[in-house]
Structures are given as structure tokens and as C-alpha cells.
Design a protein around this ligand. Structure first.
Ligand code: PAF
Length: 281
């Protein structure tokens, strides 16, 4: 596996593959890779000839009080893991490569509507940062396919919408969430949890399963959301939101809608913010 940091080297490698008629997939990440990321790589591998993974802790998607500084940076470990998991090229750019005019100072992509709720409401500017960096990565790598985890469900919707709206020539693939045996969605942020918090954390997934069951039994959406919220609060979480939405566009569903739904939770345990979701069909 080749590792490149700068754009000319990235483009040369991709030109070489393209000249042989090979297809290219991209798995964008912020590093500190785990089995969840490697499952994205596997999905890409099944669809294209060459797989590029990017590792870039993107400053523009972190708010002023978020964990940009302490976000785990483990490039050597990621390099080894990517090489073992079928990655052909690791693109690990510097901030100046991604933001030649300075982070937050250059052109920015805003995807309206789907960014204005849930994560977008709690993390102002977050999705502008995500859409901008992903658009740049698409321009740099020019992949045929790009794979993103469904764990960040709203992020996946934002990227799908950006690709459609801007007619970007890339197929976006959503990969199923990988979970620990007790149901906790794999996430780089899980390592911030104390042993006690780690023991509580699977209750998010358990709550999502209960929400699906209650909706299936015909309970009203608002009641199900309230029950879930209180359950999490009693367990010691501080939820940012507990919501049932239309999976397609994250709009609030009508009372009669029972299919095509997704339940989403963002909740804090101490200083760690966890998110997860579950589609209902
Ligand atoms: O999901 C992530 O790790 C990031 O939001 C992404 C898509 C790599 C953009 O920085």
C-alpha cells in the first residue's frame, strides 16, 4: 500500500490506474480506524479495482467546544490496518492541502434542509464542514464509488443529496453499522468512555430496538420518543435528541406513516457524545 500526502502524488497514482482502465473507490475517514472502517473498505473492494482511503481530521466540521484537539490521531496504526484490509492507497493530507486558503477561509458547500435538523441543529456548521471536505476529496480522488457508514445516517443523507444536487459523478454506498457484541455501535469516540460509561452505552441500541418495537405495535411517534428519552435520562444519559424521522429526508413523518422510518439518538455520557440510529424496515 502506498501512502501519499500531496495532491500531485495522489493524482499520479490515480492516473496510472485509470490508464489501465481500472475503477477507483474512496473510503473517507478521520482515522483511528476500527472494524467499522474496515467493513467500509471491504464493501468498496467488492465494487472497484482500486481502493483509496483518506485519513484527515477535518477541522471545519468540529465546533469550537468539540473534540478536534483531542480527536485520536493514530496514523501508523491506521496505515498498518489499511494495508492488511485491502487498501491500495492511503491519502493523508495536511490541512494546507485540503484548505489552501486556510481552514474555514475558502469556498464552502452548504446542503440545505437535510442539514438543518438533528445533528445540524445541535452542531451548527458541522455539515458544511463535512460536505465541503467530502466534495474536495471527491474532486481530488475522482472515485467511481465512495463508501460511508450508516452509523452517521444524517451525514450519509447529506452526502447523497450533495452528490445528486451537484451532479457529482460518484456512486455513494451506505455501509451497515458494525456493532460490539452488546450492541454498541463501533465508534472512535467509544474509547473516551470510562468502564462504567461503557457498560451503560449499549442502552442506546437497546432503546432504538424498543422504539422500533413500540412503533410496530402502533404506538404514536411522540409517545415512543418521550418514553425513549425518559429511559435514557433515567439511565444517566443526557440526550440531545431522540427522534423518529422519515429515512429518506429526515423530515417529521405523518402520524399514519409506519414504513420508511428511522429512529435516531444522540446522547451524552459525561463528556462523550454518542450517536446511533436504526431503520425500521
Ligand atoms: O465520517 C467521518 O469520518 C467524517 O465525517 C468524514 C466523512 C471522513 C468527513 O471528514
Amino acid at each position: 500500500m502506498q501512502t501519499v500526502q500531496d495532491l500531485p502524488a495522489l493524482r499520479a497514482a490515480i492516473r496510472g490506474w485509470r490508464s489501465q482502465g481500472q475503477t477507483v473507490g474512496l473510503v473517507p475517514t478521520m482515522g483511528n480506524l476500527h472494524a467499522g472502517h474496515y467493513s467500509l473498505l471491504k464493501l468498496a473492494r467488492a465494487r472497484v479495482d482500486r481502493v483509496v482511503a483518506s485519513v484527515f481530521v477535518n477541522p471545519t466540521q468540529f465546533g469550537p467546544n468539540e473534540d478536534f484537539e483531542r480527536y485520536p490521531r493514530t496514523l501508523a496504526q491506521d496505515q498498518a490496518g489499511l494495508a492488511e484490509n485491502g487498501c491500495d492507497l492511503l491519502f493523508a493530507p495536511e490541512v494546507a492541502t485540503m484548505y489552501p486558503f486556510g481552514a474555514g477561509q475558502g469556498a464552502s458547500i452548504r446542503v440545505p434542509q437535510v442539514t438543518e435538523t438533528l445533528e445540524g441543529a445541535h452542531r451548527p456548521g458541522h455539515f458544511d464542514g463535512v460536505a465541503t471536505v467530502v466534495c474536495k476529496l471527491f474532486n481530488m480522488v475522482q472515485p467511481d464509488v465512495a463508501v460511508f457508514g450508516q452509523k452517521d445516517f444524517q451525514q450519509l443523507k447529506v452526502i447523497e443529496r450533495m452528490v445528486r444536487d451537484l451532479a457529482l459523478p460518484v456512486m455513494v454506498v451506505g455501509a451497515p453499522t458494525q456493532r460490539a457484541d452488546d450492541g454498541l455501535a463501533l465508534s472512535s469516540r467509544n474509547q473516551y468512555l470510562s468502564a462504567e460509561q461503557r457498560a451503560l452505552a449499549p442502552q442506546i441500541h437497546a432503546t432504538l430496538l424498543q422504539m422500533r418495537e413500540l412503533v410496530g405495535k402502533g404506538h404514536a411517534r411522540h409517545i415512543v420518543e418521550e418514553v425513549a428519552q425518559s429511559k435514557l435520562e433515567r439511565a444517566g444519559f443526557v440526550p440531545d435528541y431522540v427522534a423518529i424521522r422519515r429515512a429518506e429526508d429526515l423530515a417529521e413523518p405523518d402520524a399514519s406513516e409506519r414504513t420508511g422510518l428511522v429512529a435516531l439518538i444522540a446522547a451524552r455520557l459525561g463528556t462523550t457524545r454518542l450517536i446511533d440510529n436504526l431503520q425500521f424496515d
